[in-house]
Design a protein around this ligand. Structure first.
Ligand code: SAH
Length: 348
């Protein structure tokens, strides 16, 4: 068996591991190996980003969705979801609250809601940009046409989050209806990068039927795509979905993979996600200690927060809430990092 510390050293030196080596590292490591990985992951992130943690204000502006992903609580066939859409005024007022609190990035996330046409979203982006020209806008609205992506970019959107969800088409089919394909999702990711967006891919950890072999495919895909951002978080079941009875991904596996991703993509913007903060009370802090350098507190209006229920018990209060930024800052300081009020672009 290869020695885990040697494998971690090789990742740190910029070497990619073979499938066999990854398999051994991921499926068979102890706490000492994990701590060693995290130490090197922190060294790498500190070389690029120092002790800075970037914050993004997350605005969940619609929970209408045309897709029917088996894991997701806002899938179209969930009749228990109480659907909402924010108006332009609501969205701008979220940005206003965020801007006053010091946020310089707004993430507009939603289901694949065709009410938000290319033109409508261009209008919203332009309004935000004209009021807050020093802010970055991140979109996360799923798979759309190339011309939509291009128009939004030209209107001023800077970044785009589109998790690939799993890099195995076999696994992809187990998580999504047959109308969706990994091939198309990847095509969108390459288009987004091509247009010039700082692009984010990513996957859920511990999603149903995920194997270590699939995770290794995810790592190779990320290494090939070289996205500027990677979002990973544990899968958490949602009661109204076909996966209601499945078990959650673990904190342990999620942070171990955060550490590996930091080593294979040293400059990546890597959030300690809401899902990570949801499965463990100090999940976010543990994510930062494993190599993450971004947090995304919720800026959505309080009246709709419960409705964007991708999974059960999704955290949106306390340190997950943009209204409690002071609490978040203190908690981040306890692990030796500091929230900075900057746009927080990818550093080349
Ligand atoms: N419609 C957009 C945004 C999706 S929601 C898109 O298609 O990209 C953002 C992310 O939440 C998804 O990419 C998925 O990885 C994650 N997510 C959805 N359901 C989840 C669940 N049950 N547990 C954990 N993460 C989930």
């Amino acid at each position: 068996m290869p020695d885990n510390k040697q494998l971690i050293n090789r990742l740190y030196a910029g070497d990619m591991l073979s499938h066999y080596e990854f398999k051994s590292l991921i499926s068979c490591h102890n706490e000492e190996d994990a701590q060693y990985l995290f130490k090197l992951a922190r060294q790498v992130r500190e070389k690029v980003y120092g002790k800075d943690v970037y914050i993004r204000g997350l605005i969940e502006f619609t929970n209408y969705c045309r897709n029917d992903c088996y894991y997701c609580g806002i899938r179209c066939s969930n009749n228990n979801a109480s659907r909402y859409r924010l108006s332009d005024e609501d969205i701008l007022s979220c940005c206003d609250n965020g801007y006053k609190a010091g946020f310089l990035t707004f993430v507009l996330q939603g289901g694949e809601d065709m009410y938000f046409t290319k033109e409508r979203l261009c209008g919203i982006i332009e309004k935000i940009k004209s009021k807050y020209p020093d802010c970055a806008i991140t979109l996360s609205v799923g798979e759309r046409e190339y011309e939509d992506y291009l128009a939004w970019y030209k209107s001023g959107a800077n970044r785009y989050l589109l998790r690939h969800e799993t890099a195995s088409s076999e696994h992809y089919k187990k998580l999504h209806p047959q109308t969706m394909s990994l091939e198309h999702r990847k095509e969108c990711l390459y288009q987004l990068k091509d247009i010039g967006y700082q692009t984010g891919a990513g996957f859920m950890v511990g999603s149903p039927e995920q194997t270590v072999d699939y995770i290794i495919k995810d790592l190779y895909f990320l290494y090939k795509l070289k996205p500027q951002m990677v979002g990973i978080g544990p899968f958490i079941p949602q009661k109204d979905t076909p996966f209601a009875e499945k078990s959650s991904g673990t904190l342990e596996q999620t942070i171990f993979l955060l550490g590996i991703i930091r080593l294979i993509l040293p400059n990546v913007l890597l959030p300690a996600t809401t899902a990570l903060g949801t499965i463990a009370p100090n999940g976010r802090e543990q994510g930062l200690l494993a190599g993450a350098n971004v947090v995304m507190p919720n800026l959505s209006p309080l009246s709709v927060r419960d409705k964007y229920s991708l999974y059960d018990n999704k955290a949106s209060t306390g340190a997950e809430s943009a209204q409690c930024l002071e609490l978040l800052k203190k908690r981040i300081e306890t692990v030796g990092y500091r929230v900075v009020m900057e746009r927080g672009d990818y550093k080349v």
